[in-house]
Design a protein around this ligand. Structure first.
Ligand SMILES: [Fe+2]
Length: 353
C-alpha cells in the first residue's frame, strides 16, 4: 500500500512531503505532449524539430533542466509548513494593498482568475504565496523560507532565459517575421524577470458556483513554467489530474511527470511573434466527489516577463485579458505599447499601482 502524507482528519494541515514517495505518472501518459530535453537543443536539426513540435501543441514539458529535486522539495515544504499555520498567523503576510506586483499570502478562495479574465465570478479553490516579484523587497515568514525562495528564483530565472534563448534561435529557422534582434536579447532575456508563486489546492468541499478549481485562462506572461506534483491522499488506480489544456473545445488532462516542468506560452509571446507562437488556454478541473479526498495538489508557478519598458505590438487573442482591453476601447489591435502600459490597461479594474 502506498503511504501518504495527506492528513484525512485535517485537510488544512499540510505535513512535509517527499517527492520520492509520490505517485508520479509515466512519460507515456503525456500522450502527444512533447517532452523536450534541455540538453539536446543545440544543432539546427534539434532546434527545428523542437520549434515545429512545440508550435503545434502550444504546450510542452522540459526535462534535464538542471533544477535539483531537493531544492524543489524544500521549496514545497517551507510553503506547506507556512500554509499549515493559523489564518491569524498567515494574515501577517497578506500584502497591505491590491498591487499587481506584490509578494505574500492570499488565503483560500480569496483570488479569482475568473473575475480578472472577465469570464465569471467564481473564486479559485486554492491558497497561494507569491514569493518573488520584480524590484520589490519581500518579507519572508522566516530565514529558511527566504533562502530557499531566493535560490529557486535565481535558478528558475536562468532556466527560463536559456529556454527562451533556444526558442528565439529556433524561431529563426522557420518562416516567421520574428527577428531575434539585439533589443529582443536585451529586453526579453537580459532584463526579463520572473514572478514566482506556490499554489495549494486543499482537498475540501469546492464552491457550488465554481465550474473549475481555477478558471481557464491565458497566462499574461511571456512564458510560464510550472512544476506540478501528483495529488496526495489515498492511492487510486485512476488518480485525479487537475491541470487541463483546452484546445478547440476539447480538454486535455496533463499529468505530473517526475523530473519535468510544464511550459505554457503566454499572451506576451503571442504578441511578440505576431501569433507565430500561440498562447495556450488552460485551467484546473474540479475533482468529482469520489476524487475529492485525494485531490490535494500543489504547483510552483514561474511567470516570466520582459523588461517593463519593452514595446509590443498587440495581436488579437480572443478570450484573453488583452483582448478584453481591446474590446472595451482601452487598447487597439496592432497598437504598439510598453509592457507597463499594457499591464495597467489589462488589470485596471483589479489592481492599483
Ligand atoms: Fe495559468
Amino acid at each position: 500500500m502506498r503511504t501518504t502524507n495527506y492528513d484525512l482528519e485535517n485537510p488544512f494541515n499540510f505535513p512535509p512531503i517527499q517527492l520520492d514517495r509520490l505517485h508520479w505518472f509515466s512519460k507515456e501518459s503525456l500522450g502527444d505532449i512533447p517532452v523536450v530535453d534541455m540538453q539536446k537543443l543545440n544543432s539546427k536539426e534539434e532546434l527545428t524539430a523542437f520549434i515545429n513540435e512545440v508550435l503545434e501543441k502550444k504546450i510542452f514539458c522540459i526535462e534535464n533542466h538542471g533544477i535539483e529535486e531537493y531544492l524543489i522539495e524544500e521549496l514545497l515544504n517551507v510553503h506547506r509548513a507556512f500554509f499549515s499555520l493559523s489564518e491569524e498567523e498567515k494574515a501577517k503576510f497578506v500584502p497591505p494593498d491590491m498591487k499587481i506586483d506584490v509578494a505574500g499570502y492570499k488565503g483560500f478562495k480569496k483570488g479569482s482568475v475568473a473575475k480578472v479574465s472577465g469570464t465569471g465570478e467564481s473564486f479559485d479553490q486554492l491558497m497561494q504565496y507569491v514569493f518573488s516579484v520584480h524590484n520589490t523587497d519581500v518579507t519572508y515568514p522566516n530565514e529558511t523560507f527566504g533562502r530557499v525562495c531566493k535560490l529557486y528564483t535565481e535558478k528558475v530565472t536562468a532556466l527560463i532565459r536559456l529556454l527562451l534563448e533556444k526558442l528565439f534561435d529556433a524561431l529563426q529557422l522557420i518562416p516567421s517575421d520574428f527577428t531575434y534582434t539585439k533589443e529582443v536579447q536585451e529586453f526579453f532575456l537580459e532584463k526579463g524577470f520572473t514572478r514566482n508563486m506556490t499554489l495549494l489546492y486543499p482537498a475540501v468541499e469546492q464552491d457550488e458556483d465554481a465550474r473549475e478549481r481555477m478558471t481557464s485562462h491565458y497566462d499574461t506572461s511571456l512564458i510560464t513554467i510550472l512544476y506540478q506534483i501528483p495529488t496526495l491522499g489515498k492511492f487510486s488506480e485512476d488518480p485525479y489530474i487537475g491541470f487541463e489544456l483546452e484546445e478547440e473545445g476539447e480538454r486535455i488532462p496533463i499529468p505530473p511527470v517526475r523530473g519535468t516542468f510544464l511550459v505554457n506560452f503566454g499572451e506576451l509571446i503571442h504578441h511578440l511573434t505576431n501569433g507565430v507562437v500561440e498562447a495556450n488556454y488552460h485551467g484546473v478541473r474540479i475533482p468529482t466527489e469520489e476524487e475529492l479526498p485525494e485531490s490535494e495538489r500543489m504547483t510552483i508557478v514561474s511567470f516570466y516577463f520582459p523588461d517593463p519598458q519593452t514595446k509590443l505590438k498587440l495581436s488579437k487573442i480572443k478570450g484573453s485579458i488583452s483582448y478584453n482591453a481591446i474590446q472595451n476601447g482601452d487598447l487597439k489591435e496592432g497598437q504598439e505599447v510598453t509592457l507597463e502600459v499594457l499591464r495597467k490597461a489589462m488589470f485596471k479594474k483589479y489592481f492599483t499601482y
